[in-house]
Design a protein around this ligand. Structure first.
Ligand code: FES
Ligand code: FES
Length: 153
């Protein structure tokens, strides 16, 4: 049995402790925002926030998390009521296929929660582990800058 605290709710899951967190989220908790891209910690499609830090859920064993607080993109808003970062990504049309976007937003959120006024260089450095195969990086960057300018997260 593995206990996971996700988006403020605690769940007891009958899964092996070495199951990747990504599978637990998607297959057992129906939180499908985080995506399976490479499965090797190399693309960032699966990024969620654990205790304030962006982590690759595809290479994080569910059983290793203990009481740590996990957040997925579902905690930031919904299609009807997007959160500020989600709205900025929509406004800047930062998605093409959209596969990388939940991971991008969660990585950006982790940065802005600890630093509300990051420099361009800090944004670039922080976002570097997440890849977008469609090449919308400049629009993603613009969406993050828009949220910083507005001052709402
Ligand atoms: S799917 Fe996790 S880093 Fe690529
Ligand atoms: S929008 Fe397609 S991978 Fe980023």
């Amino acid at each position: 049995m593995v206990t996971l605290t996700v988006n403020g709710r605690t769940h007891q899951l009958d899964i092996p402790p070495d199951m990747p967190l990504l599978y637990a989220l998607r297959n057992h908790l129906e939180l499908n925002g985080a995506k399976f891209g490479c499965g090797r910690g190399q693309c960032g499609a699966c990024t969620v926030i654990v205790d304030g830090k962006a982590v690759f859920s595809c290479v994080t064993p569910a059983g290793a998390l203990g009481e740590r607080k996990i957040r997925t993109i579902e905690s930031l808003g919904s299609a009807e009521h997007p959160g500020p970062l989600q709205q900025a990504f929509i406004d800047k049309q930062a998605a093409q296929c959209g596969y990388c976007i939940a991971g991008m937003i969660m990585r950006a959120h982790a940065l802005l929660e600890t630093n509300r006024q990051p420099s361009d260089e800090q944004i670039r450095e922080h976002m570097a582990p997440n890849l977008c195969r469609c090449g919308t990086h400049m629009r993603i960057f613009a969406a993050i800058k828009a949220v910083i300018a507005k001052g709402e997260l």
